[in-house]
Ligand binder design. Structure first.
Ligand SMILES: [Zn+2]
Length: 326
């Protein structure tokens, strides 16, 4: 268990001077809130719901009166976020840690080698020349004794807005189990159903995913900021949609990192339709975009450059992936 009291933004291991205009006490760190807006989500590994609490004999899966609450799996979310982080490193000119082990039982032959040829290094091979490995290995963890530094919680959801606390990483969302009948196309079958497919989906997901850094290295913050920007800009590309049913428009996620300079009531305000942005929030947005965010991106560049001498650290530290504001 880490206490936020002894967490400091320490850049001493990086070969770069970093000047943070605000102290840790003025930031929500080590927590980072990822804002989520997803019209339709069909998580590949399913949704945990509380529906067994409903009286089972009267439960109708498609009854709009159902007030089903539950959780979105952190595994689906984590894989999607890690993929975004890998892309950031590749765009920066480095290779990313492969998420799988080299000797794993892959369903396709030669797939690991093909990945290594297209921007990945073998998982954990980065430990050879840097104690902590590459920044993705360091952040997400690796073999046995490398637990990772990022706590990725499930997102709890409820269809009832007043039950949703965005400071706990919760979202408003509406659960349905969708059944579709696949019917025969042959005249002689008279359109009889051949099979039924059931799928768990969530509609109109709106809220936060709460991430917590157990170790507050500034390059971790830079990597997460850049990855979330990348995923937002590329949200409707098949590879970067979240979960399943991607050809049906599921998993197109509008995402952003909520300004870490916000106070807790300001985070709540972002999701309160009755309240507009205050001028204090606008001022924090300006400080964040012009001074804080570039410092974190610069820390990421310095960490990547420590392993790859030919990766540049830009003076103005613009976004590596372009786009996104937060
Ligand atoms: Zn690595």
């Amino acid at each position: 268990m880490t206490s936020s009291d002894d967490l400091v933004l320490d850049a001493s291991h990086l070969d770069v001077e970093l000047d943070f205009p605000r102290s840790m006490e003025e930031m929500l760190l080590p927590d980072l809130y990822v804002g989520l807006e997803i019209d339709l989500l069909s998580p590949g590994d399913g949704i945990v719901t509380n529906r067994h609490h409903a009286s089972s004999d009267r439960y109708e899966a498609d009854d709009p009166q159902n007030q089903i609450e539950g959780q979105i799996s952190p595994f689906t979310l984590s894989g999607w976020l890690r993929h975004g982080c890998e892309q950031v490193l590749q765009i920066a000119g480095a290779t990313a840690c492969h998420p799988g082990e080299a000797n794993a039982d892959y369903m396709r032959e030669g797939v690991y080698q093909r990945d290594l040829d297209s921007g990945y290094h073998e998982k954990g091979s980065c430990l050879d020349d840097h104690n902590d490995g590459c920044v993705v290995y360091d952040l997400f963890g690796g073999f046995g004794d490398q637990p990772g530094k990022l706590l990725r919680r499930p997102v709890s959801f409820s269809p009832i807005r007043r039950n949703v606390d965005v400071l706990k990483g919760e979202a408003e969302a509406h659960y349905r189990q969708v059944s579709s009948q696949v019917r025969s196309r042959n005249d002689e079958d008279g359109g009889k159903p051949l099979r039924q497919a059931d799928r768990d989906v969530l509609g109109n997901v709106e809220g936060t995913w709460k991430l917590t850094l157990r170790d507050l290295k500034p390059e971790f913050v830079g990597l997460l900021l850049e990855a979330v920007s990348f995923l937002d800009v590329h949200s409707d590309e098949f590879t970067f949609q979240l979960g399943g049913a991607r050809n049906f428009g599921a998993g197109i996620a509008d995402v952003w990192v909520l300004n870490p300079l916000y106070a807790e009531n300001e985070v709540r305000r972002v999701f309160n339709r009755a309240q507009a942005t205050t001028s204090a929030m606008e001022e924090k947005d300006e400080v964040w975009a012009s001074e804080c965010r570039p410092a974190f991106v610069r820390a990421l560049q310095a960490r990547v450059a420590a392993r790859n001498a030919d990766v540049p650290i830009s003076d103005d530290s613009e976004s590596i992936v372009g786009g996104g504001s937060a």
